[in-house]
Ligand binder design. Structure first.
Ligand code: PLP
Length: 395
């Protein structure tokens, strides 16, 4: 069967919640994907910032196979070795204190919201606490995560959402201060906004928020689901700002393809928020998911992925900057590490993406007319050159 025959079948049975690109991807090697007709694509999307190790990595696959042959699932009523070892890795990489594994990013956000509310409840014995979130943020599609997602279009049909959420403008500290009340229990933001259009937090903004949080015992929740796990050249983007969150959420590249997320608490929050009976999950942190997390941390360390990102990213930035100089419709480049965006004007990004696909290149969009580049972290300069060639012929 070719692409269109498979697509016709898919459209008979799948709920139409996505306008998918017209390709059926079947396999991958390194940073290349292949569709059912044998056409190859250079991948600068990584399954939305997930496949940091690329595709078909033998050691990663071996680690999964070895876990599959032992046990897949045990529930959270018991301990497992991969669960403990994966949590140890996450604690060490973040310098934080305690981990709760989830199955997705949205669930990590749900857990972070519950931990923040419980922390405030345990302190005052009151309910009705509020959370400050950012405009143009993205935290996921479940009702709680959607409630802190600053996007009217995503929220509108599903109201009423979770109450007690106030929105401030990203990188505008005064607008955050205006939303603080005696009921504020947390401020949540992405260290680098992803879906909203690739906007890194200004250092002064993040430091200012941390100061407000410390002064008023408000918890800082940093969403590192997209920008974490080495994408910006450090394990987590906040480590480059010197601003530590009280709660961090993580997912996407955490499992490099096996669905897994986590929320991680610092000592202060862990000691005074969620307690036995307050939160749970059947699958979260199961042995297969944790074997993937463990393999990801091991392979990142063995291969020096963080320093590879730090070496490669300036080249990507340079090449994208050259495009901005060369083409009037490219307004600016923004980003950190291997999380980059090009602001496009007067041309629909969708058209560029479709042309790119025809030219065997996968790139993503974000926000209002932004081209988003979140490649596997194993890309080389040659891949970047090839991407630029294919992108230019797509303009
Ligand atoms: C993708 C994403 C989420 C949601 O993760 P899911 O696994 O899709 O639920 C939350 N926050 C950020 C910053 C994301 O990029």
């Amino acid at each position: 069967m070719n692409n269109s025959e498979y697509i016709e079948r898919a459209e008979q049975v799948l709920l139409h919640t996505y306008n998918r690109f017209p390709v059926v991807l079947e396999k991958g090697r390194g940073v290349w994907l292949e569709d059912v007709e044998g056409k190859k694509y250079l991948d600068f999307g990584a399954g939305i910032a997930v496949c940091a190790l690329g595709y078909g990595d033998e050691e990663y696959q071996k680690a999964l196979e070895s876990q599959i042959s032992k046990i897949l699932h045990i529930s959270n009523l018991y301990y497992s070795i991969p669960l403990t070892e994966a949590a140890e890795k996450l604690v060490k990489a973040s310098g934080m204190s305690r981990v709760f594994f989830t199955n997705s990013g949205a669930e990590a956000i749900e857990g972070a919201i519950k931990a923040a509310r419980k922390y405030a409840y345990a302190r005052d014995g009151r309910t009705g606490h509020e959370i400050i979130a950012m405009e143009h943020s993205f935290h996921g599609r479940s009702i709680g995560a959607l409630s802190v997602t600053g996007n009217d279009h995503y929220q509108e049909p599903f109201r009423p959402l979770m109450g007690g959420v106030r929105f401030a403008r990203f990188n505008d500290l005064e607008s955050v201060k205006e939303q603080v009340t005696e009921n504020t229990c947390a401020i949540i933001l992405e260290t680098v906004q992803g879906e909203g259009g690739i906007f890194p937090a200004d250092p002064g903004f993040l430091k200012g928020i941390k100061k407000i949080c410390e002064e008023r015992d408000i918890l800082l929740i940093l969403d590192e689901i997209q920008c974490g796990m080495g994408r910006t050249g450090s394990w987590f983007a906040w480590q480059q700002y010197g601003v530590e969150p009280d709660i961090m959420t993580c997912a996407k590249a955490l499992g490099c393809g096996v669905p897994v997320g986590a929320f991680v608490l610092n000592e202060k929050t862990a000691g005074a928020s969620l307690a036995p009976g307050d939160h749970g999950t059947t699958y979260g942190g199961n042995p297969l998911a944790c074997a993937a997390v463990l393999a990801v941390f091991d392979l990142f360390e063995q291969r020096g992925i963080l320093s590879h990102v730090r070496e490669t990213a300036p080249y990507l930035e340079q090449k994208l900057d050259e495009l901005v100089k060369k083409y009037d419709f490219l307004k600016e480049r923004r980003g950190m590490g291997l999380m980059q965006g090009l602001q496009v004007e007067e041309r629909p990004v969708g058209e560029i993406l479709q042309n790119a696909l025809k030219n065997g290149l996968i790139v993503l969009s974000a926000g209002e007319n932004v081209l988003r580049f979140v490649p596997p972290l194993i890309i080389t300069k040659d891949h970047i050159d090839e991407m630029i060639r294919r992108l230019e012929s797509s303009f």
